[in-house]
Design a protein around this ligand. Structure first.
Ligand code: DAH
Length: 344
């Protein structure tokens, strides 16, 4: 009996040693543990036979059984550690991140160059205490022309031939009607700039577009003079084109200002000596201006004996073309990202 149990134990150990060599995964090792050392395992089955042993055989058999159990446990632990190491290495290899893969980039846009210039110009005037005003692009003939002293049949209307919606309604040809709207709603002191789109039925070419932008300026208060106008415009020119920039006023005619002038700034390319940009003039025209005509003030309910004012209208495209060195106005409106992407 004693011999049998010992033999059983040795055989079990032998068999286990072969099995453990083949167990490569943690799961296989765990299955072996259950098969040999579990409650219903092979070792337990053999130990059940201990009851049949005599009292003096039992301690010896017991010791042997304990040795076998300890040996099996050691082997199982070693095998489990080995399997765990292998499995974690395999997992690490399969979960490896390929950091050489290029990332997905989101293209970053930028503001349109005209928007950039408009913001920049408005910021200069906001710095001088002006507010921003707005008016509709679909405008009444009355505001766009009549109250600005351009009655029906006035020759100056021809140079701004426009898109009429009806006899009385049109796409505004200038931002000047905003002057009327602001003066009708507010008493002086008034100090506004109004950026916006304007429309004229021009055929597009390098310098003409049926849609373009202006920034209107209007200041009305007691004692406002042409000197104030010059000071404001000089500051505008220097902020946009550099401290060395000069402005020049040339007499002109606008029906809504008296006196009126066109304002040139010293050429941003040559500084005034003459080059291709300024067509050898040394100067580039960028805006019209003047003292608000007393009749225009009266048209809006402002007393010209008490108040005076100046106004100006800046050509945005012209200014932007100068600032960015663009030679064709159509670039602004074709929405070609190869062009627009250069203004980041
Ligand atoms: N509205 C004029 C134009 O489109 C520009 C202009 C000239 C605006 C003189 C003014 C001004 O406010 O005073 O040609």
């Amino acid at each position: 009996m004693k011999v049998d149990l010992n033999q059983d134990l040795m055989q079990l150990q032998e068999e286990f040693l072969q099995a453990i060599d083949l167990a490569v995964s943690t799961q296989q090792v765990e299955e072996l543990r259950i098969r040999y050392l579990g409650k219903k395992g092979k070792l337990t089955a053999i130990l059940r036979g201990m009851g049949a042993l005599s009292a003096d055989e039992r301690p010896l058999a017991g010791r042997l059984a304990n040795q076998v159990r300890a040996d099996l446990e050691t082997q199982l632990t070693t095998a489990r550690l080995r399997a765990e190491k292998k499995e974690s290495a395999a997992r690490l290899a399969s979960e490896k991140l390929d950091i050489t893969l290029p990332g997905r980039s989101t293209p970053v846009g930028c503001r349109h160059p005209l928007t950039q210039i408009i913001d920049e110009i408005c910021d200069v005037f906001i710095g001088l205490g002006y507010s921003i005003a707005e008016g509709p692009e679909i405008e009444l003939d009355k505001y766009n022309f009549e109250l600005l002293r351009l009655p029906p049949g006035h020759p100056a209307r021809d140079t701004q031939d426009t898109f009429y919606v009806s006899d009385a309604i049109l796409l505004r040809t200038q931002t000047s009607p905003v002057q009327i709207r602001v003066m009708q709603q507010n008493q002086p002191p008034i100090k506004i700039v109004c950026p916006g789109k304007v429309y004229r039925s021009d055929t597009p070419d390098a310098t003409h577009s049926p849609i373009f932008h202006q920034i209107e300026g209007l200041v009305v208060d007691q004692g406002v003079t042409m000197g104030d106008l010059v000071g404001s415009l000089q500051l505008f020119a220097r902020k946009l084109f550099g401290e060395q920039t000069e402005i020049r006023l040339r007499p002109h005619h606008f029906p809504f200002t008296e006196p009126s002038c066109e304002v040139d700034i010293s050429c941003w390319t040559c500084g005034g000596s003459g080059c291709r940009t300024c067509k050898n003039e040394g100067w580039i025209e960028v805006l019209g201006a003047g003292m608000v005509h007393p009749e225009v003030l009266t048209n809006c309910g402002i007393d010209p004996d008490v108040y005076s004012g100046f106004a100006f209208g800046i050509g945005v495209e012209r200014t932007a073309m100068g600032r960015f060195g663009i030679d064709d106005i159509r670039n602004f409106f074709e929405n070609d990202v190869r062009f627009l992407g250069q203004f980041r």
